[in-house]
Ligand binder design. Structure first.
Ligand code: AMP
Ligand code: ZN
Length: 272
C-alpha cells in the first residue's frame, strides 16, 4: 500500500466526515504539511493553525513555510504569536519555568508540548472547529508507546490512537493523527517528491529529551518492526483502556481550561 492509500485507510478508521471543519496544526515540518496537503487533496474542509514560537530564524523559516503552504492550498491560516499573546518567546517562557522551584529538571520539549497542546485546544475551540489534525507519525507513536512501556506505565497510552480517546468533554476538541500508521521516512520522501514547502531541520531547542534517546535506538529498527510495535498497540489498546480509572474532569480554577486537576498543567508551570 502506498502512502496515500494508507492515509485514506486511516481516515476511514477515524470515520472522518467531509462536513467536519478540521484545523490542521501546522508546524512547518514535513508531517503536518503532508497532512494538510493530503486532506486538501481529498476534499476535506480544512484551515491551518500555526503557533509562532518566536525562536529566532528557525521560527521565521517555519512561519514562512506555513504561509506558503496555505497560499498554495488556498486555505485560511490562523496564527497564534506567542510573543504577542504571552509576552515573550517560548525560549524565555521555558527558561523562566525551569528557573522556578517546581520547574527544575523539566525538559524543554515537555514544557513546550504542554503549552502548545493547551493553546491548540483553546484556540480550536474559539474557532468552533470539529477536529484538530496533527502530524504525529508512526515513528512518533511507536516511540511514545515504547517509552510508556519502558516507564512501566502502559496505561499512559490509554488516550493514544489515531483519534484521541480523551474523556468526552465539550471543552476538549477531538484530535486526529492521519499519519498514525505512516513511517517518517516515507513522509520525508513524499514531501520531497511533491516539493512541499517544508523546514526539514529539527527544532534547535529539542536537545535533551528522553524521546531523543529512544528515537536513536528505534531508528535502528525497520519500518516493519515499527509497524509491529503499533500492531501490539492496536491489540492491547482496548485492554489498556480498561486499566484507566474513570477520570473526573475539572475546569482549571485559574484559566477555565479542562484539566484532570484543580489547576491545569500550564497554569501549574507558569505560576510563581
Ligand atoms: P512535535 O511535538 O513538535 O513533534 O509536533 C507534533 C505535531 O504538533 C506537529 O506535527 C504539528 O501538527 C503540531 N505542531 C507542532 N508545533 C507546532 C506549531 N508551532 N504550530 C502548530 N502546530 C504545531
Ligand atoms: Zn489553567
Amino acid at each position: 500500500m502506498n502512502l496515500e492509500q494508507k492515509f485514506k485507510q486511516t481516515l476511514s478508521k477515524i470515520k472522518l466526515n467531509k462536513k467536519d471543519k478540521i484545523l490542521v496544526a501546522l508546524s512547518g515540518g514535513k508531517d503536518s504539511t503532508t497532512v494538510a496537503y493530503l486532506l486538501n487533496k481529498f476534499g476535506y474542509n480544512i484551515e491551518g493553525f500555526h503557533i509562532n514560537l518566536g525562536m529566532g530564524q528557525y521560527s521565521e523559516r517555519c512561519f514562512k513555510a506555513v504561509k506558503k503552504l496555505c497560499e498554495q492550498l488556498d486555505i485560511k491560516l490562523h496564527v497564534y504569536d506567542i510573543k504577542k499573546e504571552m509576552g515573550s518567546s517560548m525560549c524565555y517562557i521555558r527558561t523562566a519555568i525551569q528557573n522556578k522551584k517546581h520547574g527544575k529538571g523539566l525538559k524543554n520539549c515537555a514544557i513546550c508540548g504542554v503549552i502548545k497542546k493547551l493553546v491548540m485546544n483553546r484556540e480550536a475551540r474559539k474557532l468552533k472547529v470539529d477536529k484538530i489534525a496533527t502530524g504525529h507519525n508512526l515513528d512518533d507513536e511507536a516511540q511514545t508507546f515504547f517509552m510508556n512501556i519502558l516507564k512501566g506505565s502502559p496505561q499512559l497510552s490509554a488516550n493514544s490512537g489515531a483519534v484521541t480517546q480523551n474523556t468526552k468533554d465539550k471543552k476538549f476538541i477531538t484530535r486526529i493523527k492521519p499519519l498514525f500508521y505512516i513511517a517518517e521516512n516515507d513522509i520525508r520522501t513524499f514531501s520531497q517528491k511533491m516539493k512541499l514547502p517544508v523546514v526539514y531541520e529539527h527544532c534547535p531547542c529539542a536537545i535533551d529529551s528522553y524521546r531523543i534517546q529512544v528515537r536513536q535506538f528505534m531508528n535502528k529498527l525497520t519500518t516493519k518492526e515499527k509497524e509491529n510495535i503499533m500492531k501490539n498497540f492496536d491489540i492491547l489498546s482496548p485492554k489498556i483502556q480498561k486499566l484507566k480509572t474513570e477520570e473526573k474532569l475539572n475546569y482549571c480554577e485559574i484559566c477555565g481550561e479542562p484539566s484532570r486537576n484543580k489547576i491545569c498543567r500550564m497554569c501549574e508551570l507558569v505560576k510563581e
